[in-house]
Design a protein around this ligand. Structure first.
Ligand SMILES: [Fe+2]
Ligand SMILES: [Fe+2]
Length: 368
């Protein structure tokens, strides 16, 4: 997945850059001279009216969170913060015991290693896309507030994968280089989504990351890793993945809301060509994901096999297409209905029950 696209996507890019540009060309003079007010606040210093706020190409002051226009973005920020967790809170001792024993087959170990190989670098790609590319083009403070939280969560996920890799004592060089060295992982990491210009390219980037990467490419791995826990194996790694799945569901839903809002505000962007190209991207992604599942699990393990993933990935892809207003193309059934149960349970389970760490909160902070 590439993170670079046409610099002229939105007018927000030069605005964002202006904040970093000294008001004067002379660096010495610039150090003493405050940057121009307009550069810091957007097009004007007028008070922000809610109707002026837009997801892309907004000219109202981007430094003022309120008045909030997109309640869904603010609510996701609040929900994400309420879901805070850290990888070290999860007990990995049973996983370590099992991994070091002779109770795991080579096929099972391959599934774990390949998934670590994919996820350990995929979340980095997502985080880098948010921070280095997407953020500057989203000209809305409540969406940016959520994206800042999401960026942190991606760091937590990369930490979680590293925590599993370290706990099991996997070869770090081998795992972290799989996205260069294993074709089925490389194919997903290198997935290209840039054929349009300007804002349409940005829309395509959002579909590439939020719908395809976080909404399709993650899901075979989620099934495989959560299936171990269902079979009472690797429960710590499974729990890490349950927390990650909960976060990722929200990331994807945020992306879908952003995409649909951009479409509503800029209907001219959502042309027949863009719709067809987006559907085609999903079709290509499904092929890559099925190939990944077959390569990762050439023989069935623990009640699941590669053949089931073809139906599953197609089923997931149809749901993603419909969520962004495109027609579904496969009509496959879900061979893993328990995955929906895992997702539903996530909403209900009290994650604080199993907490081993108390977070410091305002008023209780100490700095020793
Ligand atoms: Fe993530
Ligand atoms: Fe994510």
């Amino acid at each position: 997945m590439s993170i670079i696209w046409d610099e002229e996507t939105t007018t927000a890019a030069p605005k964002a850059a202006a904040i970093l540009t000294p008001a004067s060309g002379n660096p010495q003079q610039a150090a003493e001279e405050p940057a121009k007010l307009e550069s810091l606040q957007g097009e004007s210093t007028a008070r922000v009216k809610v109707d002026e706020k837009k997801i892309i190409n907004c000219r109202a002051d981007l430094n003022q969170l309120v008045p909030i226009k997109y309640q869904w973005a603010w609510q996701k920020y609040l929900d994400a913060c309420a879901n805070h967790w850290m990888p070290q809170e999860i007990n990995m001792s049973r996983d370590i015991e099992l991994w070091k024993s002779n109770q795991m087959t080579e096929d099972e170990r391959r599934v774990v290693k390949r998934n670590m190989g994919f996820f350990s670098t995929a979340d980095s790609l997502v985080a880098n896309n948010i921070v280095l590319a997407a953020y500057r083009h989203i000209t809305n403070p409540e969406c940016r507030q959520y994206m800042l939280r999401q960026a942190f969560e991606e760091a937590v996920h990369t930490h979680a994968y590293q925590y599993i890799i370290e706990s099991l004592g996997l070869d770090e060089g081998e795992v972290f280089n799989m996205y260069h060295e294993v074709n089925s992982i490389h194919g997903k990491a290198d997935f290209e989504t840039e054929s349009f210009k300007g804002a349409q390219t940005f829309l395509e980037n959002l579909i590439g990351y939020y719908v395809i990467m976080e909404g399709i490419f993650f899901y075979s791995g989620f099934v495989m890793m959560l299936n171990f826990k269902r079979q009472n194996r690797l429960p710590g790694s499974g729990e890490q993945f349950e927390y990650i799945l909960r976060d990722e569901t929200m990331h994807m839903n945020f992306g879908i809301d952003v995409i649909n809002q951009i479409k509503a505000e800029n209907p001219d962007l959502w042309t027949k060509e863009v719709r067809e190209r987006s559907t085609d991207l999903v079709r290509q992604a499904v092929k890559l994901e099925v190939a990944y599942a077959q390569d990762t699990m050439p023989r069935g393990i623990l009640g699941i096999n590669a053949g089931m993933f073809e139906d599953y990935v197609q089923y997931v892809a149809d749901r993603r297409l419909e969520k962004i207003g495109l027609t579904k193309i496969y009509g496959s059934e879900n061979p893993f209905p328990w995955m929906s149960e895992v997702l539903d349970l996530r909403k209900e389970k009290n994650f604080f029950e199993t907490r081993v760490t108390e977070y410091q909160v305002g008023g209780a902070l100490s700095w020793d």
